[in-house]
Design a protein around this ligand. Sequence first.
Ligand SMILES: *Cc1c(COP(=O)(O)O)cnc(C)c1O
Length: 418
Amino acid sequence: MKIPFSPPYIDQSVVNEVVDTLKTNWITTGPKVIAMEQEVVKLTSTKAAICVNSWTSGAILMLKWFGVQAGDEVIIPAYTYCATALSVLHCGATPVMVDITTDFCIDTEAVRKAITSKTKVIIAVDIAGWPCDYSKLTEIINKREIKKLFRAESLKQAILNRILLIADAAHSLGAKTNGHAAALESDVTIFSFHAVKNVTTAEGGCICLNLPGNFDIEAEYKYLKMYTLNGQNKNAFEKSNGGGWRYDILFQGLKINMPDICAAIGLAQIRKYETLLLPSRKTIAFKYQKRFKEFEEFELPPLFEHGHESSYHIYPLRIKNITEQQRDWIIDEITSKQIAVNVHFIPLPMLTYFKRLGYKIEDFPMAYDQYSREISLPIYPQLSDTKIEYIVRAVIDAVEKILNKKIGKLETTEVVVF
Ligand SMILES: *Cc1c(COP(=O)(O)O)cnc(C)c1O
């Protein structure tokens, strides 16, 4: 049985939506992108959504929008995908990495200690779809002594007058905090629609604005849409409507718009996200949870607790008390059964480029510990019960082989208190 890690969800409705786009003869940014943005707003209840061609370009855009530049610092976790740090470097600013906690989230206490007068933005990352503690981060950036440190050096910074809180929600479309979309917990939330994510547009991303009331959201939406189109005051769709040939360039924008042909793929998916795609991910995650819970050797991921609910993007299983080498051997065993697994993530300080920049993994012991014991298992709607059981068996067998022992079922013993 061959089990891929994360194939895209392509059903007849996706095919139909794409064919519809082709037949209308309008394939770049137009009505499908607008419809996609409306679906994201509906799902998140945020104030506005702007589709772009990737999470990465969306992050660069929002950092530039806020005026982040050389000399500024942006606090990020060491445990994330490279794009979180690269978006900061692309703006000329310095990523200040901090460690994580056992739930894979950025360590809020470490964030507080890392804040300086140069800090402009914090980017927290919802690893595996598990939302970070944004209320704690919001509390920190609103503390009087932290606000006093903040130096506003751009128009947007002056309006906000504090550190900007961005959620790297590449994994967490549909995640919840206290029963509402987790996207309502930060100033800006950026989703990825890359091919492996819960909803995909092949390549793509979406920025959700949840900025405080003193921002004119409609104006910011218009400005950001222009920013994605070279700072041009009219998009191609508007220009194509007869007589609209004249345009102007108002500022130095980027060229990062999402084409309609891509939006069509995601549109068909997001329409059935809450009724079909997300619930089936949840079901699979809890099937894994139920099986692995029986064994002492496994450390289960947080899925639905303390007021947070995951988007079940990744199932990050950890194995207790193993080395990185043993983890790699376990992966080799699982892979030999034709099951594709993954590791989320190799901490940035372990990657050549970041090492060269001077980041050291020794400074992030928790990131290293989580990484060294983590294996991400396949999780997607097309996964049948038979396949799930095949994966679970393969994981247990691999762990037993590498640890060279039978792994025991947990005894549920009553604790007697005298
Ligand atoms: C996938 C991913 C990104 C990058 O998304 P793109 O759309 O490929 O740019 C950023 N952060 C995290 C945590 C991711 O997993």
